[in-house]
Write a protein that binds this ligand. Structure first.
Ligand code: ATP
Ligand code: MG
Length: 394
């Protein structure tokens, strides 16, 4: 088996090998290479101890952020590459972080600590593929399986539960039976995982193409991380999931659809540490979920308030099975003809109104009322027409 390794990565492996160490590409890169999907980063694993790595990479720029866990980041041809010493992780008292890591010279030991068989495939040019746990078979059979006893593995680190759901959904894999059972059994341990990490995994999961089976089969896990969804009737839950599946892979739109029947979606987002921007987007999607836009003028008012979120709003409505063609036609026409719908686009400014003697609050009110007339096409958007209109009122 031959896997192509880019030069900037191969050079690092060669450096280590020339110093009598061994090094392999491991994890996501090998998984992706074998699945013929895009590789986004290369992680290396080596029997060199951290201090030995530092010695080998003296001439390189290195970053030591993870050094106590054995990870040195080496910058190779401008690309940062994480290289980690083979290690075993000792007892996880907090269900998340190993209490101690012990370095080892055995690649197999290092692979044992990894989460899933498909994430423990190692490769280098010299030795070829190392596959201690039949990861290749699982890849071929589209199976996600824990290494070792799944019950123990989720107990050690409960975040693996969400990683399992994310990988299975993203890769369209089936979770092997014992692994699946252990997920259900250990889900309560997710309570000790930081909300940031839960949010991150959930977001990754929401970007999978097919999420329906995951959300239907692991409803109990989602109720564990978002207890508010226990409010849902089984029909509401199924309907929300059905809509999410239709929303393609836009995670904010999918999250809004997931929360669509809740009385207090804001507190869910707050609890999961959603950013202000994402919270705003999701709440706007829910606020506008029943909006009906019946004319081009109504669309202009809508754009005035919600333009930055328009793509997401359209995606939300489309997922709900609504016909968004008319909305899109209005938008296209407004844009093509550059028809104004914001104060900024109005042919008069506050300054113009000041010049003709308006003051303070009057200015904003007058601008708003002029914009309204322009939106409704009662007057054209030219300076003369607008000023003329003011004169005729006064
Ligand atoms: P991707 O980066 O595409 O999400 P990946 O497999 O590279 O996938 P990372 O989170 O980057 O995943 O981790 C790299 C490797 O480290 C994994 O492939 C796995 O072998 C191991 N690993 C990561 N997190 C855990 C964990 N929580 N428990 C056990 N092993 C883990
Ligand atoms: Mg990775």
């Amino acid at each position: 088996m031959n896997i192509e390794i880019p030069d900037y990565v191969q050079n690092l492996i060669t450096e280590l090998e020339e110093n009598d160490y061994e090094a392999y590409v491991v994890g996501g890169a090998i998984r992706s290479a074998l699945l013929h999907v895009e590789i986004h980063d290369y992680d290396l694993t080596t029997n060199a101890l951290p201090q030995e790595m530092k010695q080998v990479f003296q001439k390189y720029r290195t970053i030591e952020t993870g050094i106590q866990h054995g990870t040195l980041t080496v910058v190779s041809d401008h690309n940062p590459v994480e290289i980690t010493t083979y290690r075993t992780d000792k007892s996880y008292l907090d269900h998340r972080h190993p209490d101690a890591v012990t370095f080892t010279r055995s690649l197999e030991e290092d692979c044992k600590r990894r989460d899933f068989t498909i994430n423990a495939l190692c490769y280098n040019k010299k030795t070829g593929l190392k596959d201690f746990f039949h990861g290749l078979d699982d890849l071929q059979n589209k199976t996600l399986r824990c290494i070792g006893d799944p019950d123990k593995r989720f107990d050690e680190d409960a975040l693996r539960i969400l990683r399992a759901l994310r990988f299975a959904a993203r890769l369209n894999f089936t979770i092997e039976e014992n692994t699946a059972q252990a997920i259900h059994k250990n889900k309560a341990l997710l309570d000790v995982i930081s909300k940031e990490r839960i949010h991150e995994e959930l977001n990754g999961l929401l970007q999978a193409h097919d999420i329906k089976d995951t959300f239907l089969n692991y409803k109990d896990v989602f109720a564990q991380i978002i207890p508010a969804i226990k409010e849902y009737t089984p029909e509401q839950y199924a309907a929300a999931v059905e809509d999410m599946q239709k929303a393609e892979t836009i995670s904010n739109v999918r999250m809004a659809l997931f929360l669509q029947f809740l009385s207090d979606p804001r507190s869910v987002l707050h609890d999961l540490k959603y950013s202000n921007a994402d919270t705003k987007t999701i709440l706007i999607l829910l606020k506008t979920k029943n909006a009906s836009v019946q004319s081009k003028a109504e669309m202009k008012y809508f754009l005035k308030d919600y333009e930055p979120w328009m793509d997401d709003i359209l995606a939300y409505h489309k997922a709900k099975g609504e016909n968004t063609t008319r909305w899109k036609t209005y938008i296209k026409e407004i844009k093509d003809k550059q028809e104004p719908y914001t104060l900024k686009q109005l042919a008069v400014t506050g300054k113009d109104l000041k010049q003709i003697g308006l003051k303070g609050k009057e200015i904003k009110e007058t601008l708003d009322s002029l914009l309204q007339k322009v939106i409704e096409e009662k007057i054209p958007n030219t300076k003369e027409a607008l000023l003329q209109n003011l004169k005729s009122i006064q």
